[in-house]
Write a protein that binds this ligand. Structure first.
Ligand code: DON
Length: 587
């Protein structure tokens, strides 16, 4: 890949300013930049010019999120005497207000919390669950075919939400500041509003026709979608946040907000009922761990795809040790692609909620398994026995979000949160300002029927009452030799989440690029089905496609965005993906 000698101008920035020029009344100006240097690293278009905004360094604390106001909420919590968890909870509430297309308080997520000094390593699953009335037949016609759009738009697309319960629990267990305090920034953004930015304006316009009237009244004006630069005020949501300040998660379990959701569903067969909301459980466990670059990589257990991401890393490592496989750039691409195919094949065959189906984590994480998969791949390549599939992916808009946080002691939080598709189910529950998720689409409605991200699943991911859908979200933390957090990383981007983390870490830890260059390096993605190698367009002119006759290659902009923070000696480095609108901040 290093042979892709396109020269880009890359700007080095050592101080924390940037992005506040988009906030009314801000004294910051993000057009300033420092020294300019030239390097030869393949980068996505515009990455050099954007470096000033998307990269930062610091000494004590660093955060990277999907919106400047969310990063600011996080750093303000830190400055107010909070710890990484306070920063995380504050940034999470804030981002759910300022990126409603990506996440929201009726969504769900995963978080890894690490306090090495206290020997605390926890994985929290606060993802949506199927309501008790959830069953596959609801989404199929008489011929057993999926009813178009039913898992994507409208009331039946939503799972029982878990974000409020998850954030309140994590804050209570590990935060230092009062819940009321960490919710304050979000409340301000909802009540006073913030300027609609380009990505949000485009998403509102694109989804306008699917929105229910309540949603149009919030995201529109004079019966048309809000435009870039107009102020988005979410007063009902501000009132929900105020009630959470007082009632904590009881608000979503049996408070006024719960009553409004139940009342909305009285018009839809009580698909989600009072008991679904009240009985929601956050699941708390140990993160799972595998090996990457000789170090321990912590990630989320199933129903996350973290386990398959670890299989990919470990299989890739074994392939790199083989002597009979192609060398050079071609070899690197084959090793990575083949390892990805293994992980996504396992995901399609076995991925699902471990409370309902057996996901053999110990096997998938064992070195023996990685070795045996690498042996099979070697046989296949040496014998030339390749088969090609086809199909394609179209570019999707951005949604879902990730927060990475690290302090100088190695305390860290890595969390991915979502309402699934852009603006979830396109339904605002009347009187709440809250958008229903459309995470029922993450189940496989029928074996082999692809979902929004063209992912297929098996019986293991079939809808069942109370079940959690399989997820690609894989918040991760790489540990150093002393067990402290070294890199905190994650991404939104549906099926591309695990491969985005893998691409970025390989560039950073193996190829030696800076964290920013690694984030903006064009990526490769293979998800087993469709059987296509997806390559970002900047590599097209140099990609050795002719030497890879066994892959179908599609050049497409990837929609995943990486948010990573890392410790380099005494310094903390943070990056947000130049493919998105986020921003890292430091202290
Ligand atoms: O959990 C999942 O796998 C999906 N709901 C994530 C969706 C996502 O990342 C969308 N981003 N483009």
């Amino acid at each position: 890949m290093r042979s892709a000698n396109k020269t880009f101008h890359i700007y080095l920035l050592f101080v924390s300013f940037g992005f506040f020029s988009c906030i009314p009344g801000s004294k910051f100006d993000f057009t300033k930049r420092n020294a300019e240097i030239s390097v030869s690293v393949p980068q996505i278009e515009g990455a050099g010019d954007k470096r000033g905004r998307y990269e930062i360094s610091g000494n004590e604390f660093i955060i990277s999120t999907d919106h400047p106001l969310a990063s600011k909420a996080g750093i303000d919590a830190w400055k107010a005497g909070g710890n990484v968890v306070d920063a995380f909870v504050s940034a999470s509430f804030a981002v759910s207000v300022v990126r409603p297309q990506s996440t929201g308080l009726l969504g769900g997520g995963f978080a890894i919390v690490h306090f090495p000094g206290k020997k605390i390593k926890k994985a929290f699953d606060f993802r949506e669950r199927s309501p008790k009335k959830g069953k596959a037949e609801l989404y199929l016609d008489q011929d057993g075919k999926p009813i178009p759009g039913k898992t994507l738009n409208g009331p039946y697309a939503a799972g029982v939400p878990g974000i409020i319960q998850g954030l309140v629990l994590i804050q209570k267990k590990y935060g230092k500041l009062p819940l009321e305090k960490v919710i304050e920034p979000a409340l301000g953004f909802a009540r006073r509003g913030f300027p609609v930015y380009l990505d949000l304006a485009k998403t509102i316009e694109f989804n306008w026709k699917h929105m229910n009237p309540e949603m149009k009244s919030i995201f529109g004006k004079e019966d048309r979608p809000l435009r870039e630069g107009e102020n988005l005020i979410q007063e009902d949501l501000a009132q929900v946040l105020e009630r959470i300040q007082t009632n904590g998660d009881l608000e979503i379990r049996r408070g006024v907000t719960a009553e409004k959701i139940v009342s909305y569903y009285s018009g839809f067969d009580q698909f989600m009922d009072a008991n679904d909301l009240d009985s929601y459980q956050v699941f708390e466990s140990e993160p799972i761990a595998g090996t990457a670059f000789g170090k321990t990589l912590l990630t989320m257990p199933p129903p996350s795809s973290g386990v398959h991401m670890l299989t990919i890393f470990q299989t890739w490592n074994e392939l790199n040790l083989k002597k009979n496989l192609p060398a050079g750039e071609t070899g690197k691409i084959i090793n990575l692609t083949e390892a990805m195919r293994v992980g996504y094949r396992d995901r399609a065959d076995f991925g699902g909620d471990p409370r309902f189906t057996n996901v053999d984590v110990a096997k998938f994480l064992s070195v023996d398994y990685a070795k045996s998969e690498a042996n099979e791949i070697e046989k296949k390549i040496v014998s030339g026995a390749w088969a090609n599939g086809s199909s394609s992916l179209k570019q999707e808009s951005y949604n879902t979000t990730h927060i990475s946080i690290l302090d100088k002691e190695g305390n860290a939080v890595s969390s991915t949160q979502s309402v699934n598709g852009s603006l979830g189910a396109k339904v605002v529950v009347p009187g709440t300002g809250l958008i229903l998720n459309n995470t029922m689409d993450d189940f496989s409605v029928a074996p082999g029927v692809p979902n929004l991200y063209k992912l297929v699943g098996s019986e293991a991911n079939k809808i069942a009452p109370g079940k959690t859908p399989l997820s690609s979200m894989s918040p991760s933390i790489l540990l150093d030799e002393n067990g402290k957090s070294e890199i905190v990383i994650g991404a939104p981007g549906g099926s591309q989440i695990p491969t985005t983390i893998i691409n970025t870490l390989i560039r950073y830890k193996k190829d030696g690029y800076s964290l920013y260059e690694s984030a903006s390096y064009p990526r490769l993605h293979h998800q087993f089905q469709p059987d296509i190698l997806f390559v970002e367009p900047e590599l097209k002119s140099v990609f050795p496609e002719a030497n890879l006759p066994f892959y179908k290659v599609q050049y497409i902009r990837h929609w995943a965005k990486v948010f990573a923070v890392a410790r380099e000696g005494d310094k903390l480095i943070g990056v947000s993906d130049p493919r998105g609108e986020g921003i890292p901040l430091s202290f």
